[in-house]
Structure formats: structure tokens, C-alpha cells
Design a protein around this ligand. Sequence first.
Ligand SMILES: Cc1cc2nc3c(=O)[nH]c(=O)nc-3n(C[C@H](O)[C@H](O)[C@H](O)COP(=O)(O)OP(=O)(O)OC[C@H]3O[C@@H](n4cnc5c(N)ncnc54)[C@H](O)[C@@H]3O)c2cc1C
Length: 287
Amino acid sequence: MYNTIIIGSGPAGMAAALYLQRSGLKTLIIDKDAPGGQMLKTDKIENYLGFKSISGFELAAKMNNQLEVDKAFGEVTEITKDNYFTVKTNNDTFTSKNVVIATGKVNNKLNLPLEDKIKGISYCAVCDGAFYKDKTVAIVGAGNSAFTEALYLSNICLNVYIINRSENIKADNELQTRVKNKENIIYISNSVVTSLKEEDNILTGIVLNNKEELPINGLFLAIGGKPKLDFIKNVKNDNGYLIVNEKKETNIPGLYGAGDVIKKDYYQIITALNDGVCAALSIKERE
Ligand SMILES: Cc1cc2nc3c(=O)[nH]c(=O)nc-3n(C[C@H](O)[C@H](O)[C@H](O)COP(=O)(O)OP(=O)(O)OC[C@H]3O[C@@H](n4cnc5c(N)ncnc54)[C@H](O)[C@@H]3O)c2cc1C
């Protein structure tokens, strides 16, 4: 019987684990993969305080090495609550008083060949924009995220294409006006990326459905994504993102959410750490 089970050992889950460990509460952290979460998919991290530049793999290993809580490997398939929580994985069943869900989110992809194999594709302008200083990039999408990222990149990059598959723009009017006023943002509608060009496993361009080829150095995907929460029922969410209060509590007593899985404004490693810490301190406060 654990005081707390944390599901997901990305930055949010690991931050919660560290604080619970230091509070002396019996804690288990479960992940279906190696510890690190999305950091393991990140070549270089240059916005994490204390390290000018560090590989995602190294940062993940450093965080994990600090943890002395129990660790289990497995995919959580069901969480139910009676007096206590029962957490089932494909290997085991565990029980606890509290559960922290820190399972992150899954970004939508274009599902093109090479997409997972080459460098130059990103889901986060704030994270990776600086790698494309004075270069040309493209963003796929036409919502607030795509337009916000385009504006951010337009201050760093030489040119920024926005590729929208239709004529329908979901971004706010104010964002649309700001994009129109930027000379180095080129908006292309009714277009779909049909293939990726590469040289030595590095992106060099994209081909559109009208066969036009755009030479670019970076491709940013802002076509949505969602947490995968099919292992729990009756938890309040907004379009799939857990709704939590400032203490990271969900509508179910004892159930907390932290990191990319919750509804919030900014999805970063540092904000995920903050969420994990808040969840752990709230749990400690209730003891
Ligand atoms: C390519 C890329 C580059 C990025 N670059 C940066 C950057 O430079 N700086 C920055 O601050 N942010 C960056 N980010 C964003 C940052 O990585 C995320 O905001 C952060 O990792 C979110 O942390 P998390 O702990 O909430 O979730 P995640 O890191 O997604 O971790 C979730 C964990 O939960 C596990 N899990 C999921 N479902 C289950 C289940 N059912 N059972 C068991 N385990 C499960 C997963 O295996 C994973 O390990 C980047 C993201 C990507 C994709």
C-alpha cells in the first residue's frame, strides 16, 4: 500500500517523486518507457536553468538518478477508486491513498515517411526556435498555437511559412492581424505537406500537394495533440486535458494532475516541474 502512486516519469512525475521522497511518504512511480518522457525525444535543451545546453537524455538521467522512490515498469491500463485507489498495469496491481497523473500528451503528426527519422521537425517554437536563427522554417496549422508560434519564430528566423490545409483560420482575429503585418511570414492556404526532403537525415524541404517544393530548415507542427486518459473515468477534463486547481487537485479527492496532461497555458519542462512539486506539496499538506 503506497501513500502515492505517480503515473509517468517525465519531468512532472519525477518532480513530484522527489518532493514526496523528501517528505518521507511511501511513493511509487510507474512508467511504460524509460524515465524522461518527452525529454528523451529532445536533442538539445537550452532553456532549462542551470544548464546552458544539455541533451534531453542527460537531463532525464540526472533527474532519475536523484530518485530513491520505488519504481515500476508497465503501462497503466485502469485506475479505480473505492476507499483507496487501485492502479492496474499490464504487469501488476498496486493500491494507494493518492494518485498523481503525469502522463503527458501525445502530439499529432503528419504521418509521413521519414517524420520520426530525421532531424528538423519540432512541436514547440519556444523550445526549438533558437536552433533556426536566420533560417527558413514552416509551421503546419492555422489555430492560435500555429499563429502564436509563427509570430515567435518570425523574430528569430529569416522567413516563416504557415501552411494551412484549408481556407478556414481558427486563430483569433488579433493574431491574424499581427501575422498579416509581419513581412517575413508567408501564409499559404489550401495546402498539405505530402512529403519531406532530407539530406544526411536532416530536413531540407517539404513538398506540397500542388507539387511545389519549399526549401526549409525546420518544420513546426501545430496540429494539436491530446493527453491519453482512457485508463480513468469520471475525471473532469477540457478537451482531454485534466482540469486541476492551484493545488493540482482534480475533481476526484486524492487524484492529482501535473505537467502536459493538465489544462494550462504553457507546456514546458520547467512548468511541468512546478506542477509536480505543487501536487506533492498538496499531498504532504493533507497528511
Ligand atoms: C521534441 C520536443 C522538444 C521539446 N523541447 C523542449 C525544450 O527544449 N524545453 C522545454 O522546456 N520543453 C520542451 N518540450 C516540452 C517538454 O518536453 C514537455 O512539456 C514536458 O516533457 C512535459 O512533461 P510531463 O512530465 O508532463 O510529460 P512527459 O514528458 O510527456 O512524460 C510523460 C510520461 O508518462 C508516461 N506514460 C504515459 N502514459 C502512460 C501510461 N498509461 N502508463 C505508464 N506511463 C505512461 C510516458 O511514457 C512518459 O514517460 C519539448 C517537447 C518535445 C516533444
